[in-house]
Design a protein around this ligand. Structure first.
Ligand SMILES: CC(C)=CCC/C(C)=C/CC/C(C)=C/CC/C(C)=C/COC[C@H](O)COP(=O)(O)O
Ligand code: GRG
Ligand code: MG
Length: 279
């Protein structure tokens, strides 16, 4: 057993960015950060870490082939140990969420349940699995807003919609990249059913939807800086999705860099939201 394996299995960069995104959600909803709001980042990081650990527990057979270096297939953490660790991370996140308003606690419990359901079953259902990851990612903004009450959550609905659509687009293109490995692992994804070309068209349509919603007038943070920043980000997102749209094979999607360009655009969007909220 090594301590580093217990850190690696949580995909810490992912959990930390998710935690910081909850703070951006609160900042957008209220225009300020308070010391108690820092708790949001810890809760989201713990629950995201729990989701990543339970995912590796359920994907152990796929990862033995595709990702043998991960802690469970590499023999660094036992299956039972990882299961117990995931339970501790979820329980820690939910216990801390009892210190937040009931709306936040409800989201924390619902999301923990969806993360377990995703690992156990939803991941294998085409589109529904992608929808679950898109909802979870979008919900970080709702969670941050909900710390300021229902009005905060409502104020962040447009951000959640943008994130949902952009994440669906990226997750579908990730499935298009992974068709060969997923088929060997027995998974069924949209591109296996309708082909890479149609998946690319659907992903591009979702990216266009995200761009349209991102330009609609919204809260106090919506202004000249936001419009200028988001216009650049929108071009990056459209370019990434367009690269995927042109492909008919998984290899083409991988070489197009579409999913990396989309990830870059999504992280840049977070920076635009955060700066727009404070200036
Ligand atoms: C049109 C437009 C302006 C779109 C921007 C949408 C937006 C604001 C997306 C932000 C999504 C985001 C990065 C949320 C942070 C929470 C988080 C860590 C989510 C899950 O991880 C995503 C990560 O990129 C996983 O990457 P990978 O392992 O390569 O799949
Ligand atoms: C707001 C609250 C309380 C929680 C949000 C929780 C978040 C941010 C979830 C975002 C989505 C996410 C990162 C989920 C983690 C589990 C997951 C879907 C991992 C990806 O696993 P696979 O789909 O198996 O892909 P791999 O090939 O990387 O294993
Ligand atoms: Mg997995």
């Amino acid at each position: 057993m090594s301590a580093s394996a217990y850190i690696r299995i949580t995909r810490p960069h992912n959990a930390v960015v998710a935690g910081l995104t909850a703070l951006i959600g609160y900042l957008i909803a209220t225009g300020t950060l308070t010391p108690p709001s820092l708790l949001l980042a810890v809760i989201v990081a713990l629950i995201t870490a729990g989701g990543n650990v339970i995912n590796d527990v359920c994907d152990v057979e796929i990862d033995r082939i595709n990702r043998p270096e991960r802690p469970i297939p590499a023999g660094e953490i036992s299956l039972a140990g990882a299961r117990a660790y995931a339970a501790v991370l979820f329980a820690g996140g939910i216990a801390l969420a009892t210190l937040t308003p009931p709306l936040c606690l409800a989201i924390a419990i619902i999301n923990s349940t969806i993360l377990v359901a995703y690992a156990v079953r939803l991941k294998r259902i085409p589109v529904l699995g992608n929808g679950a990851v898109a909802y979870l990612t979008a919900s970080v903004f709702l969670f941050g807003g909900a710390f300021a009450g229902i009005e905060g959550l409502v104020r962040n609905l447009s951000l959640a919609a943008i994130t949902f659509l952009a994440t669906i687009a990226r997750e579908l293109l990730k499935d298009a990249e992974d068709v060969d490995g997923d088929a060997a692992g027995g998974a069924r994804t949209l591109p296996m059913i309708v082909g890479v070309r149609r998946t690319g068209i659907f992903a591009f349509a979702c990216a266009c939807g995200a761009v349209v919603v991102s330009l609609l007038p919204s809260g106090d943070w919506w202004g000249l800086f936001y419009l200028a920043g988001i216009a650049v980000v929108d071009l990056v997102i459209l370019f990434g999705a367009f690269r995927g749209l042109q492909c008919t094979t998984p290899g083409c999607v991988r070489e197009s860099g579409a999913t990396s360009i989309l990830r870059m655009g999504m992280f840049a969007a977070l920076a635009v939201f955060a700066i727009a909220a404070v200036i």
